[in-house]
Design a protein around this ligand. Structure first.
Ligand code: ZN
Length: 165
């Protein structure tokens, strides 16, 4: 088996993500490690480059700048829109991610609900972690070759990966 992490390999990770204040923002479940396909932008660039060449069992602490993470925050990405711009059957909750589609181009733009008022909803096109310096505690659990289908899709399948098909 391949000894170290390189492009086109499926990597299993245990991780904890914290912000500068040391608050845990996200972590993998003990029985469900993150699986990603190396070299296919499944994870933020700063973490992916730090993992290149690492082996199973290696632990590392990686500090990722916003530029190498979810990007800088763009204040212009925040907007107020009327509540009635959303379909009635959408239950709006703070922190929920939605996608708007430009019907003329078919482009999809994700956005996040920042606050919900009676008549006005504040949305933010910035990723919730934009502008945040990311502190990853990572352990490499597994490395394997990707299947042709996984390479074609650009993400892993099976446990911990995409299971949409
Ligand atoms: Zn797939």
């Amino acid at each position: 088996m391949t000894a170290s992490i390189a492009d086109d390999l499926v990597v299993g990770l245990r991780y904890t993500l914290r912000n500068d204040a040391g608050e845990t923002l996200d972590r993998s479940e003990d029985d469900d490690p993150l699986q990603y396909l190396h070299g296919h932008e499944n994870i933020v660039p700063g973490l992916e480059s730090a993992l290149t060449g690492k082996k199973v069992g290696e632990k590392l602490v990686v500090v990722v700048s916003p530029e190498e993470g979810y990007g800088a925050r763009d204040a212009a990405g925040e907007r107020k829109v009327p509540r009635n711009a959303f379909p009635d059957d959408v239950e709006l909750e703070v922190g929920m991610e939605l996608v708007m589609e430009d019907t003329s181009t078919g482009d999809e733009q994700p956005f996040w609900v920042k606050s919900v008022g009676k008549d006005v909803v504040t949305i933010d096109m910035n990723h919730p972690l934009a502008g945040v310096q990311l502190h990853f505690d990572v352990e490499v659990l597994s490395i394997r070759a990707a299947t042709a289908e996984e390479l074609d899709h650009g993400h892993p399948h099976g446990p911990g990966g995409h299971d949409h098909h």
